[in-house]
Design a protein around this ligand. Sequence first.
Ligand SMILES: C[S@@+](CC[C@H](N)C(=O)[O-])C[C@H]1O[C@@H](n2cnc3c(N)ncnc32)[C@H](O)[C@@H]1O
Length: 333
Amino acid sequence: MIRTLLFLTALLAAAPAAAQGWTPDVIYVPTPHEVVDDMLRLVDVKKGDILYDLGSGDGRIPIAAAKKYGIRATGIDIDPERIAEANQKARGAGVSKLVEFRQEDLFKANFRDATVVTLYLLPDLNLRLRPRLWAELKPGTRVVSHQFDMGDWQPDKKQGEIEARIEWLPFQLNPEMPAEGVVRADYRRAKFGSVEKGRALDARVAQEGAGEGIEFAFDRMQRTPNTVAAHQLIDLAQTQGKGDAVVDALFRTYFEEAGDIGDVAILQGIAERLAVKGWPEEKDMDKVREKEDRVRDLGINGVPTFIFDRKSGLSGAYPPDQLAQAIREAATK
Ligand SMILES: C[S@@+](CC[C@H](N)C(=O)[O-])C[C@H]1O[C@@H](n2cnc3c(N)ncnc32)[C@H](O)[C@@H]1O
């Protein structure tokens, strides 16, 4: 039943187009804007390039190329509605002079003067187009395809779902902290001038946390711990693929359960619960100290700090999409 319905819908959708003498080879699905940026970066678009988007939809790729890099760009689409939409968006973006949208069949259109070609079609359409790309494009022209490959034509560069590996690095905000930690109220008074000021700051963080589903237990926290031993536990756990789980347990214990994560018994409990082997006898204090020295040498002085592929970094709390973008950028550098 569902199949019949879908089939009928497809027929209905195609009918008016066919009556006007054109039928799309693939339906319109826009490339997300952040992927458009990645595509343009991947082919290293620069001044003087001439870009063609074959099957250009609402024109977002040519428009982005013109707007960001100031280059001339053409969109070819078989659907006149898309062409009208693209022209309207180009006017809105103030790039009408640089972009052109043509209602044509991409398999017949002339794109010989391109230096960059962008595609978001389908695998079989890419293969159908391939002989023309090889025969007609000038040597050195870059072709980038969103999502679909080109059969056995291997890409020079590829950017897909990036497999990220997280490495937790040690960092103490207060390297002078006594090994047994300090009474939290004393610590906060010394740091912020009064217990009340410290409480007001806690309340702000607690409010933010509530929006993220974190129940901060600031009012129950007795001690501000020394975290050196916790860093050693993370380091050992990381060698067993359990770094994330231990960090998560430490954060929960401290922030939500008000546990003292400098306390030997609490760390032992986490190690046992997560089956971290060799704790505490195999902890490597020198290695952790060296890692922390390296982090300080990088000029890092706050948490959280994120370092991406040793190429770039962000310090502070950022929304996930901004972190994802920073990872993408590091991956294409
Ligand atoms: C998946 S969308 C991609 C749109 C745009 N390139 C993007 O990435 O956002 C494919 C587009 O190709 C167009 N199209 C399908 N067959 C075509 C053909 N034979 N010639 C030109 N355009 C075609 C569709 O109308 C649609 O807008």
